[in-house]
Design a protein around this ligand. Structure first.
Ligand SMILES: Nc1ncnc2c1ncn2[C@@H]1O[C@H](COP(=O)(O)OP(=O)(O)OP(=O)(O)O)[C@@H](O)[C@H]1O
Ligand SMILES: [Mg+2]
Length: 232
């Protein structure tokens, strides 16, 4: 397969087994998946089915017990921790249900967090953070602390933080799970906008509104992908 024809991500027979005392939990049980550049993929499925485990493997936060994975045509299943950490920080943006902002840093410094710099951030990084905050409509809150923001605003900041590295892939694990339906809709619109601008997005969600926008929906059940539906 040429690099051109390869999807951004390809998973083949991915398994994740957690040893639990004498038993083992098969969190992923033979997952095959391809994600193309520019796609918006929704992942649905009941609690405990393996959605977050799959996201962690897609984002190099965790490695599978067995199986093969390619990122951007490059085999990545056997990479060590340091190489995975590098890919994670250079290529992946994460948005979590609980926002995961650092309470003692202001909005601007939370957004800058994925970038490594010493003491005073250089002007070009500040520009990038400013642009990321602009994209999510939060420039006027740059010097607020997370505790001074609403849930929806905190999630906007988390999205800005996920964009600061210009990631190839944006992973969002139930990004609207803690929000009321109105705020959730606004956050989804923001993610849909990013997708329209060309961003590749994989989102775990229980929100029916996503189904109308996602190009593809996969259902995870007991660690397997049981259904792949094309949205009309
Ligand atoms: N670190 C771990 N050690 C042991 N078992 C784990 C670990 N992480 C996840 N599991 C198990 O793997 C299975 C899949 O968990 P996962 O978090 O991927 O589910 P999920 O689909 O994201 O659920 P939810 O919708 O509740 O977030 C569950 O049975 C869970 O108990
Ligand atoms: Mg989960």
């Amino acid at each position: 397969m040429t690099a051109e024809a390869m999807p951004l991500i390809r998973l083949r027979d991915i398994r994740k087994i957690y040893p639990m005392g004498g038993e083992s939990v098969h969190a992923l049980d033979g997952v095959d998946l391809e994600i193309r550049e520019g796609e918006l993929l929704a992942i649905i499925g009941p609690s405990g089915s393996g959605k977050s485990t799959l996201m962690h493997i897609l984002g190099f936060l965790d490695r599978p017990t067995s199986g093969d994975a390619w990122f951007d045509a490059r085999p990545v299943s056997r990479l060590g921790e340091a190489a995975r950490a590098r890919l994670r920080s250079e290529k992946i943006g994460f948005v979590f249900q609980a926002y995961n902002l650092l309470p003692r840093l202001n909005v601007l410094h939370n957004v800058l967090l994925p970038m490594s710099y010493h003491r005073k951030p250089p002007a070009d990084l500040l520009d990038r953070a400013h642009r990321a905050l602009e994209q999510v409509g939060m420039v006027d809150r740059a010097h607020h602390r997370p505790s001074q923001l609403s849930g929806g605003q905190q999630q906007r900041v988390a999205i800005a933080r996920s964009l600061i590295n210009e990631p190839r892939l944006l992973l969002a694990d139930e990004p609207t799970g803690n929000l009321d339906s109105h705020t959730a809709q606004a956050i989804l619109e923001l993610l849909f906008d990013l997708h329209r601008q060309g961003r590749t997005i994989v989102m775990v969600t229980h929100d029916d509104n996503v189904a109308t926008h996602a190009q593809r929906i996969i259902r995870v059940l007991d660690g397997r992908i049981v259904e792949e539906a094309k949205a009309c």
